[in-house]
Design a protein. Structure first.
Length: 148
């Protein structure tokens, strides 16, 4: 418990060194170890920042705070870190996949899945008979790498 409090204090002081941050509080939720691997829960963190008047955190600073806290606690994924400002505004958006997909990317992924599904069914229908095949496709697309 003392280690956890010390870590929360050190993280708070480190976050306070970031430009627009006047003050910070960090709360860590560290689950008790379980004998069963499936029941093991991940730690989580809540960070509240008090910003200087008229100042705001940019996306890079928000990401830096999340990763700073995440890397300081063993087993804490960045998605389990919540960051809010003094007005109670959520600065982080949790996403299970770790990345945000916009509507165009989701539509593109859906189109790719549909095309592949139709091709699979068209290839296998002559072999197994019309109506005797049903394919389901899940495409995992990497939108991070773009050709230059």
């Amino acid at each position: 418990m003392n280690y956890q409090r010390a870590l929360e204090g050190e993280l708070s002081r480190t976050i306070e060194t970031i430009g627009p941050v006047k003050g910070a509080r960090v709360h860590l939720a560290m689950p008790k170890p379980s004998l069963f691997v499936r029941e093991q829960k991940s730690p989580s963190a809540s960070v509240t920042v008090n910003l200087l008047p008229g100042r705001a955190l940019d996306e890079g600073q928000i990401s830096a705070i999340v990763h700073l806290v995440s890397s300081a606690v063993a087993g804490l994924p960045p998605g389990n870190v919540t960051l809010v400002d003094q007005g109670g505004h959520l600065l982080t958006q949790s996403n299970t996949s770790g990345r945000d997909l916009n509507d165009a990317q989701l539509k593109y992924a859906s189109d790719v899945e549909g095309r592949i599904q139709r091709r699979i069914e068209a290839i296998l229908s002559p072999i197994v008979g019309n109506g005797n095949i049903h394919a389901q496709v899940t495409a995992q697309l990497d939108f991070a790498n773009t050709p230059q």
